[in-house]
Write a protein that binds this ligand. Structure first.
Ligand code: 4NP
Length: 158
């Protein structure tokens, strides 16, 4: 199972989702079953570490984002991943425009897994510290839901 988190710059929301989701998988003993990555629609921050505000806010909750590096969404991603999960509606539209016909992967909004259909993770880049706390609150909830979804699929396959 392969999961890709997608936002605009890949320096705030999707690396936060990647770091939080990895930890939740570890806690559930599912790390070896699931590959996780994140990327951005835009190439602006390619190769860069996450925004220091995102790294700091995540570290306060015990998540290490410091080793992650930004990259842009590419054509292979649509074949390589089973779940491509966007942080907001713009990310999802951009992803859908680039997606090849007939692909079988699930493309949707990440917060579906928090029981919040149609809700976006707000872009915190131009705001204050509180925006990064809100990102973490939402991402932690959705990560929990996604881990449960994956765990229940595993049960069903036994
Ligand atoms: P992200 O946030 O999509 O959550 O990584 C942003 C990062 C950078 C920019 C916009 C959003 N930017 O305009 O550079």
């Amino acid at each position: 199972m392969r999961v890709l988190f997608v936002c605009l710059g890949n320096i705030c929301r999707s690396p936060t989702a990647e770091g939080v989701f990895r930890r939740r998988l570890e806690a559930r003993g599912l790390s070896h079953r699931v590959e996780v990555d994140s990327c951005g629609i835009a190439s602006w921050h390619q190769g860069k570490a996450p925004d220091p505000r995102a790294v700091e806010a995540a570290a306060q909750r015990g998540f290490d984002l410091s080793t992650l590096r930004a990259r842009q969404l590419n054509a292979e991603d649509f074949q390589a991943f089973d779940f491509l999960l966007a942080m907001d509606h713009d990310n999802l539209s951009a992803m859908r425009e680039q997606a090849p016909e007939g692909m079988s992967a699930h493309m949707g909004l990440f917060l579906e897994f928090a029981g919040l259909p149609d809700k976006a993770v707000p872009d915190p880049y131009y705001g204050g510290e509180e925006g990064f706390e809100e990102v973490l609150d939402l991402v932690e909830r959705a990560a929990e839901g996604l881990v449960e979804e994956i765990a229940s699929r595993r049960e069903a396959c036994r």
